[in-house]
Design a protein. Structure first.
Length: 318
């Protein structure tokens, strides 16, 4: 397991001057005896852990550090993103394999992690685009079973990736998909790329989502992309990406409130969000809600049920 935001003071020099150090840790815990779990090893990790993935005997960690994180440690004031691999074949001796460091020039960062590839998204302001934002994608090949990391070639798109669920890579089809939103209440787009390796990303198609609403959530399941937008209520849109050159908008269904996270479950879809009485499309504007959809028919999705609970202010952290 990983432990984020580990904080301590350490001595800088012989005069015992101290400075704060932030970081994270990986703990290997033996739970053979469920009543007495045993910590086998603890390994320090640079930055605050964002995502992890175990493939075979290798643990991959994506972590981030703001400018304040490293300023007191090495005098650097640039935010950093780290991608690291660790050999965990021996739980009692976790071994670092390789780490890639990136200067994070953007203000929002996310990672899509599969068994073959990590794709980082970095969002920046881009006033040359109608979207107001631009997102750079950095692919990293993690297919080598020894844990080595192979940095690929960056590519970009207009708009902002809001979370890891808004990206999807299918290695069987070499297909990368991303949903990017424009500036406030101005729609966005679904973009598809052919990416057979980390050095290649050829744009296949872009489907513009032209609504005077904000994209609040996105997710992918097989050939489908699920996208929600909101102003006063939250329509759920289903996009068919089977024909990668011509993605097609299929059905939609409206519901009260806004969805912050969509979770595909076969013919069902679960939406986590909030249900407010005002026209506010951002997380936190109403009580929490859980919504169940029937998406067995892509042309006619339906709302099955919705429950609302909690206080007037809510937040979905996912």
């Amino acid at each position: 397991m990983t432990v984020a935001d580990v904080f301590r003071y350490v001595s800088r020099n012989a005069s015992n001057e101290t400075y704060p150090v932030w970081g994270s840790q990986v703990w290997a815990v033996d739970v053979t005896n469920s009543t007495q779990p045993l910590v086998k090893a603890v390994l320090p990790v640079e930055g605050s852990v964002d995502q992890t993935r175990i493939v075979g005997d290798i643990l991959y960690i994506v972590s981030k550090a703001g400018w304040w994180w490293s300023y007191y440690q090495d005098g650097q004031s640039s935010p950093q993103t780290y991608v690291a691999s660790y050999d965990i074949s021996n739980p009692g001796q976790l071994t670092p394999v390789q780490r890639l460091d990136f200067v994070s020039t953007g203000y929002e960062y996310h990672a899509n992690v599969t068994t073959d590839r990590i794709i980082l998204s970095t969002v920046n302001w881009d006033y040359t685009q109608n979207s107001g934002y631009g997102t750079q994608f950095t692919p990293i090949d993690i297919s080598n079973p020894n844990g080595s990391l192979a940095l690929g070639k960056n590519f970009s798109a207009a708009g902002q990736v809001d979370d890891r669920w808004s990206m999807d890579f299918d290695p069987s089809r070499s297909l990368f998909r991303a949903v990017l939103r424009n500036s406030w209440n101005n729609g966005g787009r679904l973009v598809l790329w052919n990416s057979p390796d980390v050095q290649t990303a050829t744009e296949l198609a872009t489907l513009e989502i032209t609504v005077q609403e904000r994209i609040t959530a996105a997710s992918f399941d097989a050939d489908r992309a699920y996208i929600t937008t909101a102003l006063c209520s939250d329509p759920l849109w289903i996009v068919d990406t089977h024909d990668t050159a011509h993605p097609q908008m299929r059905g939609s269904v409206h519901l009260p409130g806004a969805i912050d996270l969509v979770i595909p479950r076969g013919d069902r879809l679960i939406g986590l969000g909030h249900n407010g009485t005002g026209c506010s499309s951002w997380s936190g504007s109403g009580q929490l809600s859980v919504t169940e959809f029937d998406v067995s028919n892509a042309d006619q999705p339906s709302l099955l049920s919705q429950v609302t609970f909690g206080e007037a202010y809510s937040q979905v952290n996912a």
